[in-house]
Design a protein around this ligand. Structure first.
Ligand code: NDP
Ligand code: 2IT
Length: 449
């Protein structure tokens, strides 16, 4: 990571002081500020009017109690969050994460990343994020529904088509969006489709939204590979996780001729040299809500299961970390480089530690940072908002063609920005600077608000 410009040191010091203990938020801010020295050296006016300081302070942070009754009649209490980070470019937009590890710091890191990601898409969406420390694992459908209804009973007053538009993230998929939308509709007596994205196809959802993050990450990585005359065809690929992003990363990588040989969940990973059976993976993960262990048990002759082990020890050409933050460490990166990895595309948000990113950059590995590589999900959410606003619904083909075009243009914008700032091939710098400039220009136009 580049040393911090001395003008930006006090900005980071302030963020650390005012947000004590929020390590993930500190990490995300430090990474972006590391790229902004180049901008203010070239255009000092971007350091004026406390623009960067304002960008690091969320516009609004909401924390609320979420009480609900479990199947045994016990009252459970969770904590809900929505951080409305920046609305210079459009209504706050970003997912909801339901996972026991969620704290205010988690949501702030994700909201901060989202601001730059959403700017990079070129679409009219600001940045926000939310969630809860609710753990959906092992909960019945009825419990998940009651939790979602209670969550929305507070959240409904803060969201809206022109205000703040949540979607899914870890632990939040179509089922949860359905319960949330149902409760919003009931409380407000409005069929306001544009209040949430990631909806089902029969009730206002968009084709390709489910697939979009994974497909988009593969498109972005393919664009990086093309710069070196390479492609997915015939490559060995490792995808961590086995949730929404991972499944559709695997699907698109396979469609492009790649062989995905390993995927995981938080308990362990499966290695299958002949290639992951996607239909079985979907059956176990999407329909049965099962575990990777069950997948391996169903493929006894070809698949090996490693409880707890490091998926990044598996030799591959392309690595796509698609589970969670800081899941790929410096040690893992060195192992991947030693085994000949040529490209890393971040499907998850901030899955590579700063040390891992350095290892990849120094080794000349193509590295696509999450805020660019996984922007296809939120971009397709913006397409869903567009369809809702015009009461239209597009075909799968039309929507996928838009997604592919958006990912190509994000790639090209990052690459051109990296070139312009004298760092060709540095997609981290390209993504941070291109995202920053778009938000910062809008903030300047809107005055000190
Ligand atoms: P899902 O809940 O569908 O899947 C998450 C996967 O990651 C599961 O396999 C899960 O395993 C694993 N995982 C989650 N938390 C941990 C953890 N703390 N340690 C180890 N493994 C973990 O989520 P998504 O696929 O939607 O999200 C994955 C990543 O992609 C996240 O970083 C998210 O922020 C990011 N993202 C998602 C987008 C979307 O549209 N959904 C858009 C852009 C980025 P287990 O079942 O064992 O918990
Ligand atoms: O991290 C992300 O970009 C998401 N979870 C998707 C956000 C969205 O609003 O579709």
């Amino acid at each position: 990571m580049p040393p911090l410009d001395e003008k930006l040191e006090p900005v980071l010091d302030d963020v650390l002081r005012r947000n004590a203990g929020e390590d993930l938020f500190h990490q995300a801010v430090r990474e972006v500020l590391g790229s902004l020295g180049a901008v203010i050296a070239k255009h000092p006016d971007y350091a004026e009017a406390a623009l960067i300081e304002r960008l690091c302070e969320p516009e609004r942070q909401i924390i609320f109690r979420v009480p609900w009754v479990d199947d045994t009649g016990q009252v459970q209490i969770n904590r809900g969050f929505r951080v409305e980070f920046n609305s210079a470019l459009g209504p706050y937009k970003g997912g909801l994460r339901f996972h026991p590890s969620v704290t205010l710091g988690t949501v702030k890191f994700l909201g901060f990343e989202q601001v730059f990601k959403n700017a990079l898409t070129g679409m009219p969406i600001g940045g926000g994020k939310g969630g809860s420390d609710f753990n959906p694992r092992g909960r019945s459908d009825a419990e998940v529904m009651r939790f979602c209804q209670s969550f929305m009973t507070e959240l409904y007053r803060h969201v809206g088509e022109y205000t703040d538009v949540p979607a899914g993230d870890i632990g939040v998929g179509e089922r949860e969006i359905g319960y949330l939308f149902g409760q919003y509709k009931r409380i407000t007596n409005r069929y306001e489709s544009g209040v949430l994205t990631g909806k089902g196809l029969t009730w206002g959802g968009s084709q390709v939204r489910k697939e979009a993050t994974g497909y988009g990450a593969v498109y972005f990585t393919e664009e990086m590979l093309h710069t070196r005359g390479e492609s997915f065809d015939g490559k060995r690929i490792v995808v961590s996780g086995s949730g929404n992003v991972s499944i559709y990363t695997i699907e698109k990588a396979q469609q492009l001729g790649g062989r995905v040989i390993a995927c995981s969940d938080s308990d362990g990973f499966v290695l299958e040299e002949t290639g992951i059976d996607l239909a079985l993976l979907k059956e176990i993960k999407e329909r049965r809500r099962g575990r990777i262990l069950h997948y391996a048990e169903a493929r006894p002759s070809t698949a090996a299961y490693f409880s707890g082990g490091r998926i990044w020890d598996v030799a591959c050409d392309i690595a796509m970390p698609s589970a969670t933050q800081n899941e790929l460490t410096g040690r893992d990166a060195r192992e991947l480089v030693k085994n000949g990895v040529i490209a890393v595309g971040e499907g998850a948000n901030m899955p590579c530690t700063p040390e891992a990113v350095n290892v990849f950059m120094e080794a000349g590995v193509l590295f696509g940072p999450g805020k660019a590589a996984n922007a296809g999900g939120v971009a397709t959410s913006a397409l869903e908002m567009q369809q809702n606003a015009s009461r239209d619904s597009w075909t799968f083909e039309r929507t996928e063609a838009s997604l592919a075009e958006i990912m190509r243009s994000i790639h090209n914008r990052c690459a051109a920005t990296a070139d312009e700032y004298g760092a060709p091939g540095n997609y981290v710098l390209g993504a941070n600077v291109a995202g920053f400039v778009r938000v910062a220009d809008a903030m300047r136009a809107l005055g000190v608000v």
